[in-house]
Design a protein around this ligand. Structure first.
Ligand SMILES: Cc1ncc(COP(=O)(O)O)c(C=O)c1O
Length: 383
């Protein structure tokens, strides 16, 4: 993680707002994920941060990839475009999953040549895949409890456990091949019981499908949700990994291939944002600072990801409760209405937020013509 002196130096060199990605942290997070879950193949969920340099570093570290659109597919594909066709095809089959249960016809048509793995959770999708991507391998997405996860996903995606085996049967009857089952327990999942229940449900669906003769199903995809350590109250990944490893052993024989789609866990702690105070006022007795990035930009996770990114000053001194606003003309552009910051910060002073790598630049807009925020990499070359 860059020191305060490095951050100030980078801001001087590149200007602000500045999104600083530490690639050593990416490598460290990926290595930790692999070390603690040795049975699991990690498919980085590109949606969390599609910066091509981040994808490149994780590719070099040996990651596989979860993509949710053609443009994400192409970002990953850039890294393998010079492979001989046969090897590239094998790599795509083994290392990419298109994990968006809803796909446009044109997307399926484009993907079909690559024989990808794709998820689905409804009957209409079976018809589309049969017509436009019959070469794809299918993964049935199951709806599972998302209780207590910061970002809930099961209200939009996943087949009810009671209809899952029928959907598998329908896909096989349509001439397609279902390779396995996936789920997502919700993002920033700190209720580890969600995973335990989801694994039980997946086990039940496997058994039902096998009993109907679909014994070739061998992939279990446990999705994302692995929590980033945003504060000291977050239960550690080590504890979750212990629970998962025990459940894998109890429920799934070694011939079941287990994969996961971690997004946030790999990138959240790898980035720091540096912003500059460009305006100040006092409103209702409270100091208010206007900075040059906001919720329409890199702080978009405040709205879309229900995330808080504490702001810190490079200055010391006694603190007071302050508000921090983004630069646009919209009053929704509030980064924090209660931040402990040193008294009487000056125009031109810098602030920074750590752990802002996931769902931040990824969902930033160009509203008011203010964006995109410059991204710089540190430690991008392996020393
Ligand atoms: C299908 C799918 N897989 C993986 C992820 C990544 O989840 P996380 O960032 O919680 O690990 C998401 C996030 O929305 C998702 O929708």
């Amino acid at each position: 993680m860059p020191t305060l002196t490095q951050l100030k130096q980078l801001a001087k060199e590149h200007g602000t707002p500045l999104f600083v990605v530490d690639h050593d942290v990416l490598r460290k997070n990926y290595a930790e994920f692999r070390r603690r879950l040795p049975r699991v193949q990690a498919y980085y969920a590109v949606k969390a941060n599609p910066d091509p340099e981040i994808v490149r570093t994780l590719y070099e570290a040996g990651a596989s990839f979860d993509v949710a659109s053609l443009s994400e597919f192409k970002i990953v594909h850039e890294n393998i475009k010079s492979m001989p066709p046969k090897r590239r095809q094998e790599w795509i089959w083994d290392r990419i999953i298109y994990a968006n249960p809803i796909k446009a016809d044109a997307t399926l048509e484009y993907l079909n040549r690559y024989k990808p793995l794709v998820t689905y959770d409804n009957e209409a999708e079976i018809g589309k895949i049969r017509r436009f991507a019959p070469q794809a391998g299918l993964i049935l997405r199951l709806a599972v409890p998302n209780t207590g996860s910061v970002v809930e996903l099961s209200s939009k995606f996943g087949a009810a456990p009671g209809e899952a085996a029928d959907l598998i049967e329908k896909a096989f009857r349509a001439g397609l091949v279902v390779e396995g089952i996936s789920f997502h327990v919700g993002s920033q999942c700190t209720n580890f019981q969600n995973y335990v229940q989801a694994l039980e449900l997946a086990d039940g669906v496997f058994r039902e499908a096998w009993s109907r003769g679909y014994t070739r199903m061998r992939i279990l995809d446990i999705g994302g949700g692995f929590p980033a350590p945003y504060d000291r109250h977050t239960r550690p990944f080590k504890e979750l990994a212990g629970i998962l490893n025990a459940e894998f052993k109890r429920l799934f024989p070694p011939e079941i291939e287990i994969l996961a789609e971690p997004g946030r866990f790999l990138v959240a702690t790898a980035a720091t944002l540096v912003v500059e105070i460009i305006g100040k006022s006092v409103r209702d007795g409270k100091p208010c600072y206007y900075v040059n990035d906001g919720v329409y930009g890199t702080f978009s996770g405040v709205l879309f990801d229900h995330c808080r990114y504490p702001l810190q000053s490079f200055r010391n001194g006694s603190k007071e409760l302050s508000a921090v606003f983004g630069p646009t003309c919209d009053a929704l552009d509030v980064i924090s209405s209660a931040e402990e910051l040193p008294r009487n910060l000056k125009l031109g002073d810098l602030l920074y937020s750590r752990d802002i790598g996931a769902y931040s630049t990824a969902s930033a807009t160009n509203f008011n013509g203010m964006g995109p925020t410059k991204i710089v990499a540190v430690n991008s070359i392996l020393r």
